[in-house]
Write a protein that binds this ligand. Structure first.
Ligand code: KIV
Length: 270
């Protein structure tokens, strides 16, 4: 068996050290082959986002996603991720009830799924939990701005931090996450100017999604970037492929071949 070169493994310390050195490309993944593709493309950190509730599991929001579902997908990603860092998203109500609940569930991602870190939505409100997790050896990726688990309270997926009061609150939340010990922060759906300001104010990497080019890095949901999702994508998405159309064309060709008798041909027979 080939020995694994541990020095090649991405760690949270290595990700932190990229700030100001080079931009950080992150993507989501939900299974081993997708994680392996991302790792082969040189992507240093893979997020097992709870957006998989919509992109894979067919839910309308991220709210119904359970710990068991996330553990199942996080374990698959960790198995396929190679040297990339695997970050598991903590689903709705897996950490909100108490710090102890958050600690216990975050621990399951590390112990049972083999994740390297967890992601938690929320700013100052989550500082105590972020501190407790990092003190106990579980690295945390923060997430402020648009936080999809709060969709019922915010009333929709809207750009955040548009007023100066909202922008100040968002900056305070970002600072609180850094002070609590997070190794990086996801900043979702804020005006580009605010994205750049938060990035300059923080000493940890700020990974934007719809937060402009001034961030230290970017994250996109893999189904969006590969063109697997149906319907119009949010403004911040850039599609790098149209895999859904490619797959539908391939499946139609296969069906036609089966119906016409063109498949299997002699070369596919024993
Ligand atoms: O769940 C997810 O995929 C996320 C990203 C959008 C950052 O939280």
């Amino acid at each position: 068996m080939r020995e694994r070169d541990e020095s090649m493994k991405w760690t949270t310390a290595k990700i932190k050290a990229l700030k100001g050195e080079r931009k950080i490309a992150m993507t989501t993944a939900h299974d081993a082959p997708t994680a392996a593709m991302a790792a082969a493309a040189g992507i240093p950190a893979i997020l097992v986002g709870d957006s998989l509730g919509m992109t894979v599991l067919g839910y309308e929001t991220t709210l119904p996603v359970t710990m068991e579902e996330m553990l199942h997908h996080a374990a698959a990603v960790a198995r396929g991720a190679g040297d990339a860092l695997t970050i598991a998203d903590m689903p709705f109500m897996s950490y909100q009830p108490s710090v102890e609940t958050g600690l216990r569930n975050a621990g399951r991602f590390v112990k049972e799924a083999g994740a390297d870190a967890v992601k938690i939505e929320g700013g100052a409100l989550r500082a105590e939990l972020i501190e407790a997790l990092t003190r106990n050896g579980i690295p945390v990726l923060g997430h402020v701005g648009l936080t999809p688990q709060s969709v019922k309270e915010t009333g929709g997926y809207k750009v955040q931090g548009r007023t100066s009061e909202q922008a100040r609150k968002l900056m305070d939340d970002a600072m609180a996450v850094e002070q609590a010990g997070a190794f990086a922060l996801v900043l979702e759906c804020v005006p580009a100017g605010l994205g750049a300001k938060v990035t300059q104010a923080l000493s940890i990497p700020v990974i934007g999604i719809g937060a402009g080019a001034g961030c230290d890095g970017q994250v996109l949901v893999i189904s969006d970037l590969l063109g697997l999702t149906v319907g119009p994508a949010p403004k911040f998405v850039k599609r790098y492929a149209t895999l859904r159309e490619t797959a539908e064309r391939a499946l139609s060709a296969y069906r036609e071949d089966v119906e016409s008798g063109a498949f299997p041909a002699p070369e596919q027979e024993y």
